[in-house]
Ligand binder design. Sequence first.
Ligand SMILES: CC(C)(COP(=O)(O)OP(=O)(O)OC[C@H]1O[C@@H](n2cnc3c(N)ncnc32)[C@H](O)[C@@H]1OP(=O)(O)O)[C@@H](O)C(=O)NCCC(=O)NCCS
Length: 235
Amino acid sequence: MFKRLRSDIQCILDRDPAARTGWEVLTCYPGLHAVILHRPAHWFWNHRLKWVGRFISYLSRFFTGIEIHPGAKIGDRVFFDHAMGVVVGETAEIGDGCTIYQGVTLGGTSLYKGTKRHPTLGKNVVVSAGAKVLGGFTVGDGAKIGSNAVVIKPVPAGATAVGIPARILPSKNGSSADAMQDASRFTAYGISSDPSADEAFNPEWVNQTLKTLQATVAAQEAEIKSLRDAQTQVS
Ligand SMILES: CC(C)(COP(=O)(O)OP(=O)(O)OC[C@H]1O[C@@H](n2cnc3c(N)ncnc32)[C@H](O)[C@@H]1OP(=O)(O)O)[C@@H](O)C(=O)NCCC(=O)NCCS
C-alpha cells in the first residue's frame, strides 16, 4: 500500500513542475486524493456494495471536485492535474501513467446499461484541459488530446488529436500520426519534444550565444567610438 502511495506521489513530482515536496503533494493535491479514494470505492463497487462505492465517490467529488464513477478502472501512476470538474464515466478505463487536466470528461454517448459506453485510454495518454472524449472507443498509448478537443472517434497510439470534432494532426516526424519517439517520456501540458526548442533551453548553447553577442556589441561600440573620434577631428 505504501509502495503504491510513494509511486503515486513520485509520479506527480515527476510530472508537475509546480510540485515541490512529497509532503506538499500528499496534503495539497486533490488529484492524488481522488485516486486514493477511488480504490476503496472501486473495491466496494465490485464486491456488491455498490451504494458504499457510490457514496465514497460522492464524498471524493465533494472534497476534490473530481467525479470518478466507482466502476471506472484506473491504472497505476495516473495523475489528475488541477482536475477540478473532471468526470470519469462508469465504463471508462484509464491506463498506467495517464495525465488528465481540469475540465476533462471521459463520457458516454449512449444510454444502454451494461454496454461499454465510455472510452479506454491506453498507457501514458495526456488529456488536456477541457477536452471531452465521448464514446466507448480506444485512445492509443502515448496519444495526446488537445485542450478543449471533442474526441468522438478512436485515436491511434502516439497521435495528437485537436479541435471540434477532433482531427489527428499530421506528423512532425514523417509518420502517419504524430508518434512520440518515446511514448513513456512525459512532457507537461503535452508539449512536443521539438529538438530546436530543446537546443534553445540548452544552458551551454545559451552561454555560447551570450558570449558571441557580448563580443559583437563590444566590437560595434569600438567602431562607433572610432567613427565619433574621426568626426570630432574633422569638425
Ligand atoms: C494539443 C497540444 C498538445 C499540441 O501541441 P503541439 O503538438 O506542440 O502542436 P502545435 O502547437 O504545433 O500545433 C499544431 C496545430 O494544431 C493546432 N492546435 C494545437 N492545439 C490545439 C487545440 N487545443 N485546439 C485546436 N487546435 C490546436 C495549432 O493551431 C496548429 O494548427 P496549424 O497546423 O493549422 O497551424 C497542445 O496544443 C495542447 O493543447 N496542450 C495542452 C495544454 C494544457 O492543457 N495546459 C493546461 C495545463 S494547466
